[in-house]
Ligand binder design. Structure first.
Ligand SMILES: [Mg+2]
Length: 344
């Protein structure tokens, strides 16, 4: 146990991907994740903090702020109060810690009520959109292998990470390895404006479904111009940090990638989702590399989305939670109480 504050405890574990996971900015195999537990009245609610350096967090910042923020979780039924107390203590940043605490509150409430969280939130039942499976940046033969094996396992949607010196060859190679799969592309903010223009033709020719974050996070003008000439929809990820970013993004993108850990929790993601819809944006439910606990929380909202990218736990060698039912990229809507997953 790393820490305790009243009825809230937390523990950090290093999770490992089965293969090194590479994107334009970095390649990692080890991911520190902090699991928060609210234990009160014989009911346990859990949440996960999946910090990402791009959003200003690391394992160390999570450790530093949890003792300051955990006390905000005093009444798990008071969701607005929790948010207000978190923002009063730490107005800026630390979204994955706020997410973990909000997740623990919702899990605790839903378990107390004997319901899945999506039921507690009054969301409609129904199938979730098929999740993409990510082919991360590696040597080209390795990327080919990842795509071929994923397609053979039945994954119908592949998302390929780009932002290398050989992006055109990668797209062509993956199209070849998985001719039937829907192909999505994520440049992780790595392209220049001219590069992105050049790549649009390549993506269109390969029948790519959409491209995520082609340009730098702050370059809304560049994205708006790109969108004006692109037949391939453009989806914001790194450009979206806060719910309040959504309105400005609506003029520059066709859709947004929502991740609980960057937006500050499931309820904030739900708010972002509804705002995005009101502004005519397509919506993807995304994830970090995180355990089945974090993925489950995203899955509870994914039925409201056009697209899902929830493979974070599928890439792990040591997922500490179980309970999600996957058939290749098809994730069954969780039916158990709370988030519907258990440790072990
Ligand atoms: Mg992305």
């Amino acid at each position: 146990m790393d820490g305790v504050s009243g009825a809230v405890t937390w523990e950090t574990r290093e999770l490992h991907t089965a293969q090194p996971f590479g994107i334009a900015r970095w390649t990692h195999s080890v991911y520190p994740r902090t699991f928060v537990t609210l234990d009160a009245g014989g009911v346990r609610g859990q949440g996960e903090s999946a910090p990402n350096a791009f959003y200003g967090e690391t394992g160390a910042t999570v450790q530093a702020v949890l003792p300051l923020l955990a006390g905000a979780l005093e009444d798990p039924w008071d969701w607005d109060g929790l948010r207000a107390r978190l923002d009063a203590r730490m107005p800026q940043g630390h979204p994955s810690v706020k997410c973990a605490l909000e997740m623990a509150a919702l899990d605790w409430c839903a378990r107390s009520a004997g319901l899945p969280v999506w039921r507690l939130l009054g969301l409609s039942p129904g199938a979730l959109p098929e999740s993409s499976y990510t082919v991360s940046i590696a040597a080209l033969p390795e990327m080919r292998r990842q795509a071929r094996e994923a397609a053979a396992r039945g994954h119908g949607v592949l998302k390929v990470k780009l932002g290398t010196a050989q992006d055109e060859q990668i797209v062509a190679a993956l199209r070849e390895e998985a001719p039937e799969a829907a192909l999505r592309v994520d440049a992780n903010a790595a392209w220049s404006r001219p590069q992105a223009r050049r790549m649009l033709g390549v993506l269109e020719a390969a029948g790519v479904e959409f491209v995520e974050q082609p340009l730098a996070a702050g370059d809304l003008e560049g994205h708006a111009a790109l969108r004006g000439v692109s037949a391939v929809p453009i989806v914001a990820d790194e450009s979206l940090h806060h719910v309040s970013d959504i309105v400005a993004l609506a003029g520059a993108f066709d859709g947004v990638n929502l991740k609980l850990a960057k937006l500050g929790g499931p309820l904030r993601a739900l708010e972002a989702l509804r705002l995005a819809r009101a502004h005519g944006l397509g919506v993807m439910m995304g994830c970090m590399i995180e355990s089945s606990l974090g993925i489950a929380a995203a899955a509870h909202l994914a039925g409201l989305c056009d697209w899902a990218d929830l493979d974070g736990a599928l890439l792990l060698a040591d997922d500490p939670y179980r309970g999600l039912e996957w058939t290749a990229g098809h994730l069954a809507r969780p039916q158990g109480a709370g988030w519907g997953v258990e440790a072990g």
